[in-house]
Write a protein that binds this ligand. Sequence first.
Ligand code: PLP
Length: 371
Amino acid sequence: MRVPLLDLVAQYQPIREEVLGAIARVCDSQQFILGGEVEALERELASMLGVKHALGVSSGTDALLLAMMAFDLGPGDEVITPTYSFFATAGCVARLGATPVFVDSERDTFNLSLSAVHAALTPRTRAIVPVHLFGQSADLDPLVELARDRGLSVIEDAAQAIGARYKGRLVGGIGDIGCFSFFPSKNLGAFGDAGLVTTNDDRLAEKMRLLRTHGMQPKYYHHLVGGNFRIDALQAAVLRVKVPHLAGWTEARRRNAARYRARFASAALTQVELPVARPECHHIYNQFVVRVPRRDDLRAHLAAAGIGSEVYYPVPFHAQACFKAFVDPASRFPVADEAAATSLALPIYGELTEAQQDCVVETIAEFYRKA
Ligand SMILES: *Cc1c(COP(=O)(O)O)cnc(C)c1O
């Protein structure tokens, strides 16, 4: 039985006609840049996410860049990010000439550690970027409180966490700005690159709207040096078809996570450490990441059996060649190092069948029985 890590064709089949209709609508209008589809998507997502403002942008990476530009982050400014995340979280900081300051994660959730954030504060700290890794919110309340006390900005990297909740509140609207990605592998995936920034602050929304189109208002009068960070109308039209399905797709992922937990428990596989879902967090399982011994051998065993898996992420930021200048060689990140060496993402997409999940668990059990 083949079990891919992600099967986007299975998600596409039942909505194919509707998506093609939406694409045709944009083609017929020849309105490709901003306009009605983008504005409608922004209204629909602002309402779904419970935020005042939502702006469609070109990618999750550009969402982060735009958010950081809205706070004028630059040379001399320090921005605290987890060391264990996707590259863009810290890459955007460095691109602006600011200094990313890496912190270790919490052992149970993979999310940034509050005590590590405290230890990383300096008079130059300007912002904190909590990442809601794999679809589970970081512990936001103490972070937001700390930020308020110190006058720091909180930029939520919610790229993997659309619809995730923290103490009942949707992520992306809890910090100052929320950044989302519609990269095809995210829970809400476009047909290419796209992203979103959210905020409840009118001034920040206006600034990001300006920066999204070269700081231009009106046409050819530039107030700020921005860029082209616009979402395509074609992507907006596709996403509008998908938005009403998102809650159902997320529920299917959560059901699959529960099913893995039950199957792994009955297989009594003590080698496999399951992801911890905190009671105050509504986890949306963009990824189901286990920790395992002999991870790379297990991965090869799964691949030989036709089962997809992935390592998110094999190299934390503090060990990346391009970030060398930002890392004190004496600093230690034991949790991230361990996660990088042992974490493995298993197939969790909504259309996964019970038989496929049984096959994943059985193939892992077989590997450790042989060992
Ligand atoms: C996917 C992702 C991004 C970047 O999003 P793109 O749309 O691929 O640019 C940023 N941060 C995290 C945590 C992500 O998973």
